[in-house]
Design a protein around this ligand. Sequence first.
Ligand code: SF4
Length: 568
Amino acid sequence: MKFLLAAINAKYIHSNLAVYSLKNYVEGFGEKVDIAEYTINQNLDELLADIFIKHPDVLCFSCYLWNISYVKQLLVEVKKVLPNVVIWLGGPEVSYSALKFMEAYPQVDGIICGEGEQSFLEIVEYYRGKRNSLKDINGIVYRMRKTSENEEQIVENPFRQVMDLSEVPFVYDNMDRFEHKIIYYESSRGCPFSCSYCLSSVDKRLRFRNSELVKEELQKLIDAEVPQVKFVDRTFNCKHEHALEIWKYISEHDKGKTNFHFEVAADLLNEEELSLIETMRPGLIQLEIGVQSTNPKTIKEIHRSMKFDVVKHNVDRIHKKGNIHQHLDLIAGLPYENYESFKKSFNDVYALKPEQLQLGFLKVLKGSFMYENAERYKLVYQARPPFEVLSTKWLPYEDIIRLKGIEEMVEVYYNSRQFENTLEELENIFEDSFTMFEKLSNYYNEHGLFLLNHSRIARYEILLDFIKEQDRGHIEKYRNLLTLDLYLRDNVKNRPQFSGDDTVSKEEAVQFYDREAQEHTYLQGYEDYDKRQIRKMTHLEKINGKLYLFDYKNRNMLTNQAKLITVS
Ligand code: SF4
């Protein structure tokens, strides 16, 4: 009986921790299964052919919001070319609506609901003749086919008790398979909070992996010098001792190569954690913080317990130290959040100057409290994944469209970090930051710019054209700032038109690099290069009479910007 666990990821760089956990878990009991990883960007027929060639007897799909449409199409086709294959599904996208899913897709033989390791082991044992029936396997819904008549029945077994997380095997003993991939790691499962839109709130059974085991495993990842480890823990710092112990360990054993990503509740960070974070190497950790809204009525209604004044204080404190990348999230479309109140939420969060500000839209997920209360909130949402909100009692579709435009402007001009100095100055001429992005979005709309693909340089030119409409009197100042932002990012080969002629004469540049190649006054780490090479690797620019040197070898670990040196 050949088992194939198929994972369809959103991007090539992702890997699917769940299927590796299942494989390693059952292998611990002597059962062998295979894994196939694909991406949603691959042609469906390509996957179909690959699965056909692999010819599994039992095919299992790991189902998430980002791949469920793909899985639904694929399983229908698979059954046509492999009519005898048994199909099982698992994952959050099917766990909470298993019965309905099985009714809609007769191709599916069963669904694992919730945590999968033990259920999957028992399913493998069943198909390999080590168990007599599926009826004693908890945590599954399955199709019982009655062979005599052409009848069948869908059976829902009782829920499965959660397992000890330390029994889940470590999946990264052989790192070859994960080269160029983000490594996902789980040190806790479940979430103690109850946010009404989130499926993690449905399962409150919070448990932790033994911290000694965690340290041992993290050491392997540190030794392998993997670039990034993303903790999938829903709220990593919900237990102080656990978070502190792990943060201390990675700080003390850091080799300067690995970045660790954590989702945290910023208002739960205590003094000891904050003090430790302040001492960390820039780039050692990054924090993702869900604010979602700063409207107290909204926060209460969605059952969150976030104290924004504490979030503000802690995010601000971390920001001032400048060593941690902070990613803050907002959600549009929540109860009691209209356009004006979202504007306030946005301005409150933007004022904290996170490295990334993600403006997301409510997803109405089956099984969530929000889904159950959709009528009460007059939630209108997409019928297809990701089930994103289209309008609410407080937010008409027109406003959602406006916010979509603003979201794109925030992505392009703020989150790209390519216009930092320009935006910082530009903000001052608007009543607030939200209005700046709103006006920029209106400009894109009026000029039909949303529908086109723009080069990186074109984004600078569009911003300058927009500024000409807003603040014509100071256009030179903005040209300088855009040039500064451009060169901070890249040593561009062809100087763009908006930057005007070279600001440093050939003679001045020759003199500077002659001297620098001998004296090494400004640049560190260039000692082995000659003056021509140094000139190629750096950039000189005169702004407002001051001479600046852009050092691309020594970039800022958080922003990736070149080191800016004032020469004179
Ligand atoms: S949104 Fe985050 S904090 Fe809230 S229930 Fe989900 S995982 Fe927990």
